[in-house]
Design a protein around this ligand. Structure first.
Ligand SMILES: [Zn+2]
Length: 76
């Protein structure tokens, strides 16, 4: 039977959450990477002034650079 020493328990208590945190950080980092081949730009059309603009970030709503009106993305 394997006897656990206090140092082994301490190493497990520290290293397991660190590895889980690292795995979660890597997962969210790769999940939020922008897609390639031009699919990363979101297109917005301002409902107040009609200005059409794009942003590289995929957000459902963004402010118009001309008038500051909040608009929904036409295409994500
Ligand atoms: Zn506008």
């Amino acid at each position: 039977m394997i006897e656990l020493q206090w140092i082994n328990i301490l190493v497990l208590l520290v290293s397991v959450p660190l590895v889980l945190t690292l795995a979660a950080a890597l997962y969210y980092n790769f999940r939020t990477l922008p897609r390639r081949h031009g699919a990363a730009d979101s297109i917005y059309e301002c409902t107040a002034c009609g200005h059409v603009y794009t942003f590289a970030r995929n957000r459902p709503m963004d402010r118009c650079p001309r008038c500051g009106n909040l608009n929904e993305a036409v295409r994500m």
